[in-house]
Design a protein. Structure first.
Length: 206
């Protein structure tokens, strides 16, 4: 504890107290987002969002609307509900982190775009199962033990495989979440398996 306090004190001296604690955004000092700014990029000829397309405009959408319109593009709605809930947590925490760390690019400022550069967002693309997963975990957050909001990253991974390689990288495998859910693991067990040193907390006043 003394070593940690000394480090923080040194940072505050070198950078100033505001800079030293600028990134310490937690669920206890940062309200649950009401909205998120999504950069809409040009689509490919087949209509899919193009990660390399130019930004056409930035749209402000409700935060919950963003999650439920993104989750079905990242997790398959027919997967086990526990896998979908783990996915809902990852999509939500990734987005929450980005709200706190916006991007400036080509004269635009936004929180994330609608493509695989971040998470794929398609307005109106919703399913009962994925909606249910989000609302079941909406008042929960998967953070550092002290509540600090961190980015929950994930990758597709390999089908029918636990994807050990991602566990070591603190990254969830989408297919791995299905693998574990199909074998009886619940949402929290799945998150704990992939993300080390994190904790499930209730979001205050939500």
């Amino acid at each position: 504890m003394k070593r940690l306090c000394s480090l923080l004190l040194c940072l505050s001296v070198l950078l100033g107290p505001t800079a030293a604690f600028a990134d310490h955004r937690s669920i206890y000092n940062t309200p649950y987002p009401q909205s998120i700014r999504v950069a809409i990029r040009e689509a490919r000829p087949n209509g899919d969002p193009n990660p390399r397309g130019r930004i056409i405009y930035v749209k402000t959408v409700g935060f919950d609307d963003y999650v439920v319109n993104s989750l079905p593009n990242e997790w398959v709605p027919s997967w086990h509900q526990e896998s979908l809930q783990a996915g809902a947590m990852a999509v939500k925490m990734f987005a929450w982190y980005k709200v706190l760390h916006p991007t400036k690019l080509d004269g635009w400022e936004f929180d994330l775009d609608n493509t695989t550069n971040f998470q794929t967002y398609r307005e109106g693309n919703r399913f009962k199962e994925s909606d249910e997963a989000h609302w079941r975990v909406r008042n929960l957050a998967y953070t550092m033990p002290d509540g600090t909001i961190v980015e929950l990253n994930y990758r597709a991974g390999i089908e029918q495989n636990p994807n050990w390689q991602y566990r070591n990288a603190n990254m969830m495998a989408q297919w791995g979440s299905r693998y574990w859910a199909d074998r009886g693991q619940n949402m929290l067990q799945i998150l704990q398996w992939y993300y080390q040193g994190r904790a499930l907390n209730r979001v205050p006043n939500l």
